[in-house]
Write a protein that binds this ligand. Structure first.
Ligand SMILES: Cc1ncc(COP(=O)(O)O)c(C=O)c1O
Length: 459
C-alpha cells in the first residue's frame, strides 16, 4: 500500500537529516553562549532601539530592557544589546527546558513543516489528537480525568472550565476561589483573581466568594477555611457551581499548603455537588510530579483541571460527568502546529526522562536551590533572604524588607548583574524563580553569586 505523503515526509530519513543538520548548524553558533555577560558596546544602541520600539508600539515600556535575539542555550539567553542573561523565569514558566533545547527545536521544526501554521478544532492535524491522548493518558493515572480540550492560553482554559461547571450545575453561578488567587486576565478571571490592581475600572459582577489560603503559622488554618466554605454554601444554597483553586498560590506569593488542608474542602465540595476545578496552569510539570494534584495526592477529587505554559498551548481536562453539551466549548484556534508538536515532545521528555519523583531531577534542583538561598540568608546576606520555599521548580524567597520598592529594586539589580527573576505576592513581596528543569550545580552556584552581589549592593 502506498503511504500518505504526510507520513512519508515525517518518516523520511532525508528530511530527518536535513532537520538535524539545520539544528546542528544553528546550535554550533550558540555554543559560544556559556555564561552571563554584560551588554556589548557594539550592540547597545541597537538593543535600546529594539526595546524602545516594543514599548512605543504597545503603549508602555517592557518591564525589563529585554529583547531576545532568538538565540540561547540551556538557561542562558542572548539579548539584542549583546548581553547574555541567566534566565530563571523562562517566559513566566513557559520554557521549562530552557532556551534552544535541540529536541524541542526538532519537534517545532517538524510542526512548522506542516501544511498549516495554526491548527483548529474543525480541521486539526494529527498533533492535535496526539497531545490530547498523551495528556489524558498521563492525567488519568491518578485521577478520573478522561477528556481533553485544547485552548490557546491558560485564561481560556479557565473560562471553559467554569463554563463546564456552570452548565453541569445550572443554574448555579457562583465561584468559590482563594484569597490571593490568580486566574488570568479575562473579565471573569479578573474577578476570580484577588488583586484589585488587575481590574482597575472594571465592574465587579459579584460572582466570586473567597476562602482564606493556608497559613503555616496558624494551626487552625484548615478549620478556618472549611468554616468559611460552609458559611458560603449555607448562604448560597444551590447557587455555587464550582470551587476553583491553584494547588499552590502562584502570583499570590508562592505559598504551598499540605494535603490535609485541601482534603476537607474537597470532601465538602463533593458532598454539596460543587465542581472541583484545579488550576495547574503554573504548577503543571513543575512540582516534582506531572500534576500538583499528584504531588499533593488529591487527584480523585478533581473534576476539571486546567494547564498551559509548559504545554506550549492551553488545555482543560475533565471527567465524564463534566463532558459539556456540543456548542459550549469551541473556538477557531487550538494552537500552532509547531507549538503542539513541541508540547507533545515536552510531555514525553518530562514524563519519561528522570525528571519526576522524590529522587528526580526536579526535586534535586529544588533542594539545591533552596539550600543556596538559605546559606546566603545565614551568612553573607544575613536575614535578607527569608522564608525560602515553594514546590519543585517554583521557588520564592522574601528579600530585604519585603516591601514592593525593595523587591523591585532588587529585580532590576539582578537583571543588571545578569539574572532574570520576577516578583510575586504582596505584603511581603517575594522574589520568585521559575527554574528551568535543565539547570546544573554550576548554574545554581552562579545564581547564588549574582543574588549575593545584588543583595549586598542594595543592603
Ligand atoms: C495560576 C494561573 N492561572 C491562570 C493563568 C493565566 O494563563 P495565561 O496567561 O496563559 O492566560 C496564569 C498565568 O500566569 C496562572 O499562573
Amino acid at each position: 500500500m502506498s503511504k500518505l505523503i504526510g507520513r512519508t515526509n515525517s518518516e523520511s530519513a532525508k528530511i530527518q537529516t536535513l532537520i538535524r543538520d539545520l539544528i546542528t548548524e544553528v546550535g554550533r553558533a550558540e555554543e559560544a553562549i556559556t555564561t552571563v555577560r554584560p551588554p556589548q558596546d557594539d550592540f547597545a544602541a541597537q538593543g535600546k532601539r529594539a526595546f524602545d520600539e516594543a514599548g512605543k508600539y504597545r503603549g508602555r515600556p517592557l518591564f525589563y530592557p529585554y529583547m531576545g535575539t532568538g538565540a540561547g542555550r540551556g538557561p542562558y539567553v542572548e539579548l539584542e544589546d549583546g548581553s547574555v542573561k541567566l534566565d530563571l523565569i523562562n517566559g513566566i514558566g513557559v520554557n521549562i527546558f530552557g532556551h534552544a533545547h535541540p529536541r524541542l527545536r526538532e519537534a517545532a521544526i517538524r510542526g512548522a513543516l506542516s501544511d498549516v501554521i495554526m491548527q483548529g478544532n474543525l480541521e486539526p492535524n494529527h498533533e492535535y489528537a496526539a497531545v490530547g491522548k498523551k495528556l489524558v493518558e498521563l492525567a488519568s493515572r491518578k485521577s478520573r480525568l478522561k477528556y481533553c480540550w485544547l485552548t490557546t492560553c491558560g485564561t481560556m482554559a479557565n473560562e471553559n472550565a467554569i463554563k463546564l461547571a456552570r452548565q453541569k450545575h445550572t443554574p448555579a453561578k457562583l465561584v468559590v476561589a482563594m484569597e490571593n488567587s490568580f486566574a488570568g486576565r479575562s473579565q471573569l478571571m479578573a474577578e476570580v483573581t484577588d488583586n484589585p490592581a488587575y481590574r482597575q475600572g472594571l465592574p465587579l459582577h459579584g460572582e466570586v466568594l473567597r476562602i482564606p489560603w493556608y497559613k503555616k503559622e496558624d494551626p487552625r488554618s484548615s478549620e478556618t477555611a472549611l468554616r468559611k466554605l460552609k458559611e458560603h454554601v449555607a448562604a448560597n444554597e444551590k447557587n455555587i457551581s464550582c470551587f476553583m483553586f491553584e494547588p499552590m498560590l502562584g502570583e499570590g506569593g508562592y505559598r504551598n499548603a499540605p494535603r490535609e488542608y485541601f482534603v476537607p474542602l474537597l470532601e465538602f465540595c463533593k458532598e454539596k455537588n460543587i465542581a472541583v476545578i484545579v488550576d495547574e496552569i503554573q504548577t503543571f510539570m513543575r512540582t516534582g510530579e506531572l500534576f500538583a494534584f499528584e504531588t499533593l495526592g488529591f487527584g480523585e477529587y478533581v473534576d476539571i483541571c486546567t494547564v498551559a505554559k509548559t504545554l506550549q498551548t492551553g488545555a482543560l481536562l475533565y471527567t465524564d460527568e463534566y463532558n459539556p453539551q456540543p456548542g459550549l466549548v469551541a473556538g477557531t484556534f487550538s494552537g500552532a502546529s509547531s507549538a503542539l508538536a513541541a508540547g507533545l515532545e515536552s510531555l514525553k521528555m518530562i514524563s519519561e526522562e528522570g525528571f519526576l519523583g522524590p529522587q528526580g531531577k526536579i526535586m534535586r534542583i529544588h533542594h539545591e536551590f533552596i539550600a543556596m538561598l538559605n546559606r546566603l540568608n545565614e551568612t553573607t546576606c544575613k536575614g535578607l533572604l527569608q522564608d525560602a520555599g515553594g514546590l519543585g521548580l517554583m521557588i520564592a524567597v522574601t528579600p530585604l524588607d519585603g516591601s514592593k520598592d525593595a523587591a523591585t529594586k532588587l529585580l532590576y539589580t539582578l537583571y543588571k548583574n545578569g539574572l532574570i527573576a520576577f516578583s510575586c505576592g504582596r505584603d511581603p513581596y517575594r522574589l520568585r524563580f521559575l527554574i528551568p528543569a535543565i539547570v546544573d550545580s554550576k548554574d545554581i552556584q552562579l545564581a547564588g553569586e549574582i543574588i549575593e552581589k545584588s543583595i549586598l549592593e542594595l543592603a
